[in-house]
Design a protein around this ligand. Structure first.
Ligand SMILES: [Zn+2]
Length: 292
């Protein structure tokens, strides 16, 4: 009996030591509308990693860094569609065919976003019947672009600032257009004269170049692993669908196409289909995104 127990103990010891140490970095809390990062690091080669958050699953690319396996995942919440509260982050790590699951809680807290009152041409607030079909078509294109999942991670943080001008309208602003409450602003606006250069915020592939009713001339870039950036109201396109772009490359010019009061650049960032505050990805110090 003694031998059996000893054998069992040894067995358990080997079973646990067969796994390399896996460490997770993630924030314990994040504001509603903010993106955040999860970093999974292992001493040995991992077969695969998958991460789940609010119904979205990502299989991040595993990169080799100083002899370690590192996977970086971007998640976040959307000020329009998500709620504050404690949410579960689930990470599955497969090593030598064996899966381990790590579950962690992240607290999403409410933020105070400002209220903006704007006056626009009435047809831009309540679209005329003849453009409803066009708006429906725009939505189908946008949904497909936002939900793009590609296997290679081409992004890194911080993102490149998309134009030289300063920020005007922030993410999350609650909008009252011609006295009617509308959806919050789910992007970030930059000042700039017509013709000012617009730059890709990260390396990626152009997946949509289109002219939409509200967003005007728009470019969508897929950066991999569920991260897509968007650039609206452009006067000119400098890229076409299928083009590969590098971080900082000029992709178009500022304009005033779509629903606008004047020339400016609107950018949005979709993370696993959720529109998050782009400003957090532009900040030089990216430690906060990982909770460090
Ligand atoms: Zn905007």
């Amino acid at each position: 009996m003694k031998t059996f127990i000893l054998a069992l103990v040894c067995c358990l010891f080997f079973a646990s030591s067969a796994f390399a140490a896996v460490s997770l970095a993630y924030p314990q809390k994040a504001g509603l509308g903010e993106p955040f990062l999860v970093r999974i690091t292992s001493d040995t080669n991992l077969d695969s990693v998958s991460a789940k958050w609010l119904g979205a699953t990502v299989q991040p690319e595993i990169k080799n860094w100083k002899g370690k396996s590192v996977a970086l995942v971007m998640f976040g919440t959307d000020v329009l569609n998500d709620k504050a509260g404690k949410k579960t982050l689930a990470i599955s790590v497969v090593e030598n065919g064996k899966e381990r699951i790590f579950k962690r809680k992240i607290k999403i807290y409410n933020k105070k976003y400002k209220v903006q009152r704007l006056t626009l041409p009435e047809k831009m607030v309540t679209p005329p019947k003849e453009v409803l079909e066009r708006i429906r078509h725009d939505r189908v294109e946008v949904k497909a672009a936002k939900e793009t999942q590609s296997a290679k991670r081409m992004w890194f943080v911080p993102f490149q600032k998309p134009t030289k001008g300063s920020q005007s309208s922030p993410y999350g602003a609650r909008r009252i257009l011609n006295g009617k409450p509308k959806n919050p602003h789910r992007g970030l606006d930059f000042r700039g004269a017509k013709g000012t250069a617009v730059h890709a915020m990260a390396d990626g592939k152009v997946i949509l170049v289109s002219s939409h009713y509200y967003a005007g001339n728009s470019i969508y870039i897929d950066h991999g692993n569920g991260v897509v950036t968007m650039y609206f109201h452009l006067s000119r396109f400098g890229v076409k669908e299928g083009d590969m772009v590098v971080r900082g490359q000029t992709i178009g010019r500022i304009g005033s196409t779509g629903r606008v009061t004047g020339p400016h650049l609107h950018v949005s960032v979709s993370v696993q289909g959720r529109l998050v505050d782009p400003n957090f990805l532009l900040k030089k110090n990216t430690d906060k995104l990982l909770g460090l």
